[in-house]
Each structure stands twice: as structure tokens, then as C-alpha cells.
Design a protein around this ligand. Structure first.
Ligand code: ADP
Length: 322
């Protein structure tokens, strides 16, 4: 039998966390249900994520994302269903499943008295990792621009710096699957850039990344596939490009000449209106752009400027969850 260290097979090179064949799912969620009293937070959620995917789990507030992440991380019990991380059942084989997983939580919770590097080494110890991960800890400190804070105690760090430590802490044992729960909520642009560059590199080396975010443009840019969860159910699960292409509508933004108003026959198409500029949502099959111009001409409305916009993930998200 092959010996293991720090949750990895010893023979595994440290920059290649996968010790699995491609037929195995990195994360398997199978019929997961969870209720809080009468409230059904998860109503039988099922999906699978392949090793090496960059996957987005999106949904409005209250959709059930945090509940699902807590269940995956073994912090909450499901009522029924099954979750496996790299083939390891999170209930029957909890310790191994947990070692395969790194979760960057939303909340900043730390012991304030430890220094940064001590914190990370202690965390590594929880996963059975010793000195062999110290070079990796040093690499993360550098990548997350925490190097000059390595001997600073946690209580002396700013919120942004604490968040960097939280990210390093989740990755200290080199998990093959990483869940980022709203990692960029309220963080500055620089940390966002640092974080995404780091995640892109880890992903390029084979790490599976699951992202929940409110910043839909981030999900659109980073994720290969997206699941949209709403009211405890998966509403859509598709490759990002397919999700974007599946919705055949576009937007037409028109700046009306001063004193002009949109004719009543176009009012039903208005998606937004701001300072004399209206945005119309046009279903490709039903509303050719020419028909809008015809209506404007018939009504004698003068326009100053016009441009079209393809739907982005935000538009599709609103459409699916409203
Ligand atoms: P999200 O992370 O998508 O915002 P949550 O998983 O936090 O959603 O919540 C899903 C639903 O479950 C919400 O209606 C929320 O109010 C409810 N909920 C979450 N945690 C608890 C709890 N500990 N007790 C009772 N209800 C909860």
C-alpha cells in the first residue's frame, strides 16, 4: 500500500495534486436535502464537478449556497443525499475527504495571538503536514504579498491582510479541490488581482476551483461552467459560454433627443432608464432592431445616440432567478 503524507500520496509531485483518474469526480453532490425547521434550504441538489474545472456556484441571497458549502466541508449535516470529494464520502470517509478540500470562508476568524507564519504551520499540522509544506507556505506568503508580514501577529493585520492569510490557510495542505466562498466581497482591487492571478496558476496546475461570488463578471471571466442555485434548487447548469448563448436576447441603448419620450408601443421593452437614455431588452426572434427604429420614426422621435449590448451573466442571472 502506498504511504500517504499530508493527505497526498508520497509519490505525488507537490505541484500536481491530482492522484485520480479522469473518470472520478472532484466533487460529487448527489440528491442533497437540508431543512431548517419547515424551511427547505436544499431540495435535492445534484451535480458533479470534474477534476481541474473552474466552476461557479451562483445564486441570490438565501439560495442555499452557504448551506451547501457547509455540508461539503462537513460543518453541517445533510438530511439526505451524498457528497464525495475526490471520491471520498464526506460522512463515511470524513478525514480523507476533508484533506482533499480547502475552503476559503467568508468570515475572518482567527486566533489573534499567533504570528502569520505560525498560524499557517499550525494549520498544516491539523492536516498531518509537517516541514515538507514549509516551502509551499513561503511560496504562498510571497504570492499573496504577505512576505513582510510573516512575523506579524494576526491581531495587527488589516482586514485585507487577514483575508490573504485566510486564503493561504485554506491551501496550506495543497488540496486538489478548493472552494472560495465570496472571496472578493468587500476586498480592494489589488487583492482581487493578486487572488485571481494565484487561483489561475493553481487551476493551470490542475486544482479544481469552486467559486461563489456576487460579482458576476468575475464568474463570467473565471468559470468554465456555472450552476445557478435558487430556492434550494439548481435552475441552470451549463458551460458559461453556452449559458450566455442560450438566451436569445440583446439590449439596445438609445439616447433620446432632449424633450423626447419613447412611444408607448416600445414601453413594454424598457429594461432600464437613466437620464434620457433607455435600454430596451429585445428578444432576437420577436423584436428585430429595425422594428424599433421603425416605431421611433413613425412617432417622430429624434435620437442622439444608439448602441447594442449582448447579454452578460448578470442579465441571465436576473432572468433565471427573478
Ligand atoms: P445563501 O448562502 O445562498 O445566501 P443560505 O444557505 O445561507 O443561502 O440560506 C438558505 C436558506 O436557509 C435561507 O432561507 C436562510 O435564511 C436559511 N438558513 C440558513 N442557515 C440557517 C440556520 N442556521 N437556521 C435557520 N435557517 C437558516
Amino acid at each position: 500500500m502506498q504511504a500517504t503524507r499530508c493527505g497526498q500520496a508520497v509519490a505525488a509531485p507537490y505541484n500536481s495534486p491530482h492522484m485520480t483518474n479522469n473518470s472520478q469526480d472532484a466533487l460529487l453532490i448527489d440528491g442533497v436535502t437540508k431543512s431548517y425547521g419547515k424551511l427547505q434550504a436544499l431540495k435535492g441538489v445534484s451535480f458533479a464537478i470534474k477534476p481541474g474545472e473552474f466552476f461557479g456556484l451562483l445564486g441570490p441571497n438565501g439560495a442555499g449556497k452557504s448551506t451547501l458549502i457547509s455540508i461539503i466541508a462537513g460543518l453541517a449535516h445533510m438530511d439526505s443525499g451524498r457528497v464525495a470529494v475526490m471520491g471520498h464520502d464526506t460522512v463515511r470517509d470524513f478525514r480523507t475527504a476533508r484533506r482533499k478540500l480547502g475552503v476559503v470562508p467568508q468570515a475572518l476568524v482567527f486566533d489573534p495571538f499567533f504570528k502569520v507564519v505560525e498560524m499557517l504551520r499550525i494549520q498544516a499540522g491539523y492536516y498531518g503536514c509537517g516541514r515538507e509544506v514549509w516551502p509551499w507556505i513561503d511560496e504562498m506568503l510571497e504570492r499573496l504579498e504577505l512576505d513582510d508580514k510573516r512575523n506579524t501577529s494576526m491581531r495587527a493585520l488589516s482586514g485585507g491582510m487577514k483575508r490573504r492569510v485566510l486564503i493561504a490557510q485554506a491551501l496550506v495542505h495543497k488540496p486538489p479541490v478548493v472552494i472560495l466562498d465570496e472571496p472578493t466581497a468587500g476586498v480592494d482591487v489589488e487583492l482581487r488581482r493578486t487572488l485571481w492571478a494565484f487561483m489561475r496558476d493553481l487551476h493551470a496546475k490542475g486544482t479544481t476551483v469552486v467559486l461563489t461570488t456576487h460579482y458576476l463578471e468575475e464568474a463570467q471571466e473565471m468559470c468554465e461552467r456555472i450552476a445557478i442555485l435558487d430556492h434550494g434548487e439548481i435552475q441552470a447548469l451549463e458551460p458559461t459560454t453556452q449559458l450566455l448563448a442560450r438566451h436569445p436576447f440583446r439590449f439596445l441603448r438609445i439616447k433620446l433627443a432632449e424633450g423626447s419620450a419613447l412611444p408607448s408601443e416600445l414601453q413594454a421593452l424598457v429594461a432600464s432608464e437613466k437620464a434620457g437614455t433607455v435600454e430596451l431588452k429585445l428578444e432576437t426572434a420577436k423584436h428585430p432592431i429595425g422594428s424599433v427604429f421603425d416605431a421611433l420614426r413613425r412617432a417622430g422621435i429624434a435620437i442622439e445616440d444608439v448602441h447594442t449590448r449582448e447579454p452578460d451573466l448578470e442579465d441571465i442571472f436576473v432572468e433565471l432567478t427573478q
